[in-house]
Design a protein around this ligand. Structure first.
Ligand code: SF4
Ligand code: SF4
Length: 379
């Protein structure tokens, strides 16, 4: 596991400086090489990051940062080592006060319900220093696989607790920074007070949020822990087939997690064919930055890239959000948790992810099941 972060909440944001400083850095640092725009429809529409920075400094009409998926592919491929992704997030924060929230009512309602008393729960048994934080989407769409993950992890981690809550990534990405900071700080404070020092996540978005903002708490993924115990997993025998793999963009810089996932998949006897855009250069599934709520034509461009690169191979991913978006783009998609929990059924396409309103019922039933299993000291 990584060491606990000691940075203060939000300090990272402050250190990025003002929008004008960031715009100047883009203008001066960008060599206009065009490496970043070849697969990004947002940049194809708005121009190279250096030109976007220059036009902002010149007081020209601003671009719409809510059309950027915040996937950071531009940052990943930039040979000049500048960070357009951080600039577009900061632009969102500057514009958030004027942002009409109506188009985002679905995602913000989802976030609000995730942290409500009905769906959230802190199961912290005596002696608990490590918790499993499965996020919102996985328990709703795949309660059996979430339960399987919890059972496997609890064999490896003594006094493992479970937290059902929302990390508030939707508000983070919509630039609602003061709200996000308040909500996330409440989670962080509650965990610290309870003595929790390590958190195991199953969602790439939760990982990114905890990695960037948690104070005094380290974060790792369920996939890394499971890969450590691969010989003990007793995975069932399946017909070896070729699959391909979609890395979620929040984890593009996390090679250890990417490798752990590949070990788990090849440990099943499956042959992995890497797509052109994988690992550090992976592309967004279409969900990033809630762009689909306001610019569905831009969001769907990512799915087209994935469909072309996947061909006829089943695509395995380790993000419930990505799994949903890729499936809706017509790609045969399998969540890694389903593959591990029930490989034969997952590969035969017989596992169907639940959809609303069943996702909410699933979360309530899973919460009850976990409460019975944990007999916690507090809830
Ligand atoms: S959509 Fe991704 S690649 Fe395009 S500008 Fe935004 S962060 Fe960069
Ligand atoms: S890859 Fe970097 S240097 Fe090249 S156009 Fe994009 S931002 Fe500018």
């Amino acid at each position: 596991m990584k060491k606990p972060e000691t940075s203060l909440l939000g300090a990272n944001t402050q250190s990025k400086g003002t929008i004008n400083n960031q715009a100047q850095a883009l203008d001066e640092g960008c060599t206009r090489c065009q490496a970043c725009i070849s697969h990004c429809a947002f940049l194809q529409k708005n121009g190279m990051p250096g030109d976007i920075g220059a036009s902002l400094l010149a007081g020209e009409a601003p671009i719409d940062p809510f059309a950027c998926s915040l996937c950071n592919l531009c940052t990943a491929v930039c040979p000049a080592d500048i960070d357009p992704g951080a600039f577009f997030l900061e632009l969102r924060r500057q514009a958030a006060d004027q942002l009409p929230l109506k188009p985002y009512a679905t995602i913000l309602g989802y976030e609000q319900r995730g942290s409500s008393p009905l769906f959230s729960w802190y199961g912290l048994p005596t002696g608990c220093e490590t918790v499993f934080f499965p996020g919102c989407s996985l328990p709703g769409t795949r309660p059996e696989a979430t339960w399987w993950l919890y059972r496997q992890l609890s064999k490896q981690v003594p006094h493992l607790g479970v937290i059902l809550d929302c990390c508030h990534k939707p508000s983070h990405d919509l630039g609602r920074h003061p709200f996000f900071v308040d909500q996330f700080k409440a989670i962080n404070d509650r965990l610290m007070t309870a003595g929790v020092r390590q958190i195991i996540v199953a969602c790439p978005n939760c990982y990114k949020i905890f990695q960037e903002y948690a104070s005094g708490i380290s974060v790792s993924t369920a996939w890394e822990l499971l890969a450590e115990s691969l010989p003990d997993l007793h995975l069932s025998a399946i017909t070896p087939v070729q699959v391909t793999l979609h890395d979620p963009c929040p984890l593009r810089d996390n090679q250890d997690i990417q490798q752990a996932v590949r070990s788990l998949i090849s440990g099943q006897g499956l042959k992995i064919r890497e797509m052109r855009h994988s690992k550090k250069r992976t592309v967004c599934c279409g969900e990033g930055g809630s762009v689909g709520s306001v610019h569905p034509e831009l969001a769907s461009r990512w799915g087209k890239i994935r469909r072309q690169e996947a061909g006829d191979d089943p695509v395995i991913t380790y993000c419930a959000g990505c799994a949903g978006f890729l499936s809706r783009a017509g790609i045969k998609t399998i969540h890694l948790a389903d593959l591990l929990a029930n490989p034969a059924k997952a590969l035969s396409g017989k596992i169907t992810a639940s959809r609303p309103p069943w996702t909410y019922l699933n979360r309530i039933f899973l919460k009850k099941r976990l409460q019975r299993a944990l007999r916690p000291d507090q809830d």
